[in-house]
Design a protein. Structure first.
Length: 146
């Protein structure tokens, strides 16, 4: 049985929440890359970016940056407010919602799961949650523009 301390687990969860989000990566060679985080390696924290641009304006469809060269990572886009979404869902599904802030996960009746990436589940409840989620994301994107 392996033991992972709470800090390491939270660090990995935070990095995981950046997947499919726009980030800036600064390297030890004083270069920076802006792109969408496609994935990372937990063994050395290397990252893969898509649609990346470096600080000199060069564009690349994919960039792999090895963990030992990374000095800083910045999330460019604001994360979805999952706590607010959980409150909205609670209004429609009283006492059926569980929100797990560490995992950024909402469950409805232990059958439907909601993360920043969407809704998992089938049936009428899942369809209703999907429509609420889509409306919430649309409103969130509109607020970001202003």
């Amino acid at each position: 049985m392996s033991y992972i301390d709470v800090g390491s687990r939270k660090f990995t969860a935070e990095l995981s929440s950046m997947v499919n989000k726009k980030i800036i990566v600064h390297t030890s060679s004083n270069k920076s890359y802006t792109g969408t985080l496609l994935g990372y390696s937990t063994s050395n924290y290397s990252v893969v970016l898509s649609d990346a641009e470096d600080n000199e304006g060069h564009r690349y469809p994919r960039v792999v940056i090895y963990g030992h060269a990374i000095t800083e990572l910045f999330l460019v886009e604001e994360p979805l407010d999952m706590a607010e979404l959980a409150r909205r869902l609670e209004e429609l599904f009283p006492r059926m919602i569980r929100y797990y802030p560490e995992a950024k996960l909402i469950t409805i009746m232990d059958r439907v799961k909601v993360t920043e990436n969407g809704v998992e589940g089938t049936g009428p409840i899942a369809e209703r949650v999907k429509s609420i989620y889509e409306k919430f994301v649309t409103e969130w994107k509109e607020r970001k523009k202003t």
